[in-house]
Design a protein around this ligand. Structure first.
Ligand code: NAP
Length: 278
């Protein structure tokens, strides 16, 4: 990839940001399609966010991804939001147009890809966690009309807030399960870890009672590094289908790529670039 005067950049902003894998997958896609673009990560401290976002419309930047801790704070500086961004109050993609800045949330599309092949309206699901990722997961499952939904979180109040949000939005029942009472549940069709437990550098493992995971359960860990957490290893041993967070990461990125360029990205190339890197 040759960087020239004509090269347009895309970027991801966060604080910290050095761990981001987005440059790996986007640059490989640009290279593969021979586009005169490149992608970099920039650390923006919260105090600098307003200045940075307001200056975007005076630049030729291709597009911006937004990650922790700016996904919500960025909203007040944007001119327009997609439906998902309005509902989730979180933006991870910005498109810069001549009429202003448009915010999108592509995490929803990323997680939806993880559910392909599952009969969601006939499924029961337990979500572990109640942060930003869990919100996108719970929203997607309700949008697809999941049959039964359970949420559990270390801080119960945050789980209650998430339940209130989604119950009001979809006018449906969602059950709160205390963090140490998962064994009260029947076997489930879908179990999602939306916490950093088991992540590289965080460690720990989720002690899920074997009674709720069977051969018919799909267990999804949103973590992609390591590629197989202890939680996924345990689920696999029971015979469950397992999936890590790579697919969600790649498809949220692929959706951003399409929003900025209008071109279908080489998704497999993006996925392989990250697999190789990890
Ligand atoms: P977040 O908003 O900070 O939420 C973190 C959640 O994890 C909270 O519910 C928190 O519980 C819980 N938690 C954290 N540490 C815990 C611990 N030691 N024990 C029990 N619960 C704990 O973070 P997020 O953005 O939702 O991200 C959550 C995970 O999803 C991360 O591993 C992230 O890498 C992953 N993720 C993956 C993708 C992807 O594309 N694959 C996308 C987004 C996120 P409390 O409420 O009690 O603090």
């Amino acid at each position: 990839m040759e960087i020239k005067g004509s090269t347009k950049i895309a970027l991801v902003i966060g604080h910290p940001i050095a761990h981001s894998l987005s440059p790996i997958m986007h640059n490989e896609a640009f290279r593969r399609l021979k586009l005169d673009n490149c992608y970099i990560a920039i650390d923006i401290a919260p105090d600098g966010l307003a200045h940075f976002i307001k200056s975007l419309k005076f630049t030729n930047i291709l597009g911006v991804n937004v990650t922790i801790p700016h996904k919500e704070a960025v909203i007040e500086y944007l001119d327009e939001l997609s439906e998902e961004a309005i509902i989730l109050r979180a933006v991870n993609t910005i498109k810069i147009t001549k009429d202003g800045l448009i915010g999108y949330n592509t995490d929803v599309f990323g997680f939806e890809k993880c559910l392909e092949g599952i009969d969601i309206p006939k499924s029961s699901a337990l979500i572990i966690g109640a942060g930003g990722a869990a919100k996108a997961v719970v929203y997607t499952l309700c949008k697809l009309n999941v049959n039964k939904l359970y949420i559990t979180n270390r801080t119960e109040e945050k789980a209650q807030n998430l339940i209130r949000f989604v119950s009001n939005l979809f006018n449906r029942d969602v059950s709160l399960i205390p963090f140490d009472k998962w064994n009260t549940l029947e076997p489930l069709d879908i179990v999602v870890n939306a916490t950093p437990i088991g992540m590289e550098g965080v460690g720990g493992t989720i002690d899920i009672p074997p009674s709720i995971i069977t051969e018919r359960t799909t267990v999804i860990d949103l973590i992609y590094n390591p590629p197989e957490t202890e939680f996924l290893k345990k689920a696999k041993k029971i015979g469950a289908k397992t999936l890590n967070g790579l697919k969600m990461l790649v498809y949220q990125g692929a959706t951003s790529f399409k929003i900025w360029t209008g071109i279908d990205p080489p998704v497999e190339t993006m996925e392989n670039a990250i697999k190789e890197y990890i």
